[in-house]
Design a binder for this molecule. Structure first.
Ligand code: X2X
Length: 340
């Protein structure tokens, strides 16, 4: 026969059971993140940007003991860049990587990173953007309700691809139907070169090339490869006409809602993984020419002196010096030398 449970034993048993519930609940609580955020990007999951972002957010989740969990949405899963930028500004999206030339629609001076032929290579560009010019742009970004992390993430020097013909001299760009990202400086750069630019968000580029809405586009080697643009483009002309990189952005309110210790974990890892991603992407961009040739692309070098002459003729630099203002322009020319 079961012995009746004494009051003393009952209360000890109940206490242990309750403690068990509390322990289970608190463990369950730890599994329920305090903050559940979203990160989005416009490039494919196998690009170094998303490879390193995945590693970074896993590290952040570990180091915050599960308090911040960030779900990844690569490859335009949440829409094109303009739509994702709207989501970031509204707070529906908390983290986003975006080229300054597209961010220009909200932060005009962010377009300065893409001034045609300003930077000779990524190392020179990062020297500028990791310095006073980057600080200047970051301040303007934060003035628009967004938070910009210290280090930008690499895209690379942009090259022109086309389905019609190589772009060896500026004359070859006459009336060339070229896709550009949705950014005012991009459109002006190619208009100044005599082309017929159409701004299209990256999630629609492959199809626009495939159905000949446009005859070409421009991007670094790693994007041409990871987005498989070699399947719909025949020629790759090496122009290095513009440097391209992504600001790593947060919605300002969402960022400020994070406790300082979580912010510190994110900021520290953002620097660590940006530096690794820059190196990965630089190595990838430098390694792809032969692979793209094997994929059937014809690679030629442009006579970029004719491109620069065309930009000077059309007062491109004077126009953008006036647009960005003397303070930002002086910071740019401190790194590039005289442009206008
Ligand atoms: O849209 C593009 O071409 C891309 C992927 O390079 C940028 O995000 C600027």
């Amino acid at each position: 026969m079961r012995q009746p449970i004494s009051r003393g034993r009952f209360s000890a048993g109940a206490a242990a059971a309750f403690a068990g519930i509390v322990v289970v609940k608190s463990r369950a609580l730890a599994d329920q993140p305090q903050f559940q955020y979203k990160f989005a990007s416009n490039i494919s999951v196998d690009h170094p940007l998303n490879v390193r972002m995945t590693q970074m957010w896993n590290a952040v989740n570990q180091e915050t003991k599960g308090r911040l969990k960030v779900q990844m949405f690569p490859n335009n899963q949440l829409g094109g860049d303009p739509a994702m930028l709207t989501q970031l500004r509204s707070g529906a999206l908390q983290f986003f990587t975006l080229d300054g030339g597209i961010l220009q629609s909200v932060v005009p001076v962010a377009g300065i990173q893409g001034v045609g032929f300003a930077f000779k290579n990524s190392a020179d560009a990062f020297a500028a953007m990791d310095g006073p010019l980057g600080t200047y742009v970051r301040k303007d970004i934060e003035g628009k309700g967004l938070y910009a992390f210290e280090k930008m993430w690499e895209n690379g020097m942009r090259q022109i691809t086309s389905s019609t013909h190589p772009m060896k001299t500026a004359d070859d760009l006459k009336s060339f139907k070229v896709r550009t990202p949705p950014g005012r400086l991009w459109v002006d750069l190619f208009k100044s070169l005599g082309a017929a630019p159409t701004p299209i968000a990256f999630n629609e580029v492959y199809l626009a090339l495939q159905n000949h809405t446009v005859d070409g586009q421009e991007n670094p080697y790693a994007i041409i490869d990871t987005a498989r643009l070699f399947e719909v483009q025949k020629y790759l002309t090496v122009t290095n006409h513009m440097w391209s990189a992504f600001w790593f952005l947060a919605n300002g309110d969402a960022w400020r809602a994070l406790p300082p210790d979580i912010q510190a974990v994110v900021s520290r890892n953002a620097v660590k993984y940006a530096v690794r991603q820059r190196r990965d992407t630089a190595l990838l961009n430098a390694s792809l020419e032969d692979k793209l040739k094997r994929r059937g692309m014809q690679v030629v070098d442009a006579d970029t002196a004719t491109f620069r002459a065309k930009l000077r003729e059309s007062k491109f630099y004077e126009r953008w010096k006036a647009e960005f203002g003397p303070a930002a322009w002086d910071l740019l020319e401190a790194k590039t030398g005289k442009l206008a």
